[in-house]
Design a protein around this ligand. Structure first.
Ligand SMILES: [Zn+2]
Length: 77
């Protein structure tokens, strides 16, 4: 299991940080995960916080757990 550090409370009305996504954010993550999102092919708006909606949080989790594999399987996919 890989721990994902969530930052906690989200201000009401905060939107997802993924460009083009207008869903409400359900998770707030450390901006250090922006690179994980970018590797997954998602464009993130510049921000000091990374906010994700439910859908993109799922994609993030997938990308995050896949990162370890990617180190061995760079050309997979
Ligand atoms: Zn989103």
């Amino acid at each position: 299991m890989t721990g994902v550090q969530t930052v906690g409370k989200i201000k009401k009305g905060e939107g997802c940080s993924v460009k083009g996504c207008e869903n409400a954010a359900v998770r707030s993550l450390s901006p250090s995960y922006v690179s994980t999102m970018k590797k997954a092919g998602l464009e993130i708006s510049d921000s000091s916080r990374l906010y994700l909606c439910e859908e993109h949080y799922k994609k993030f989790k997938k990308a995050h757990s896949g990162e370890e594999r990617l180190e061995r399987w760079r050309f997979s996919g």
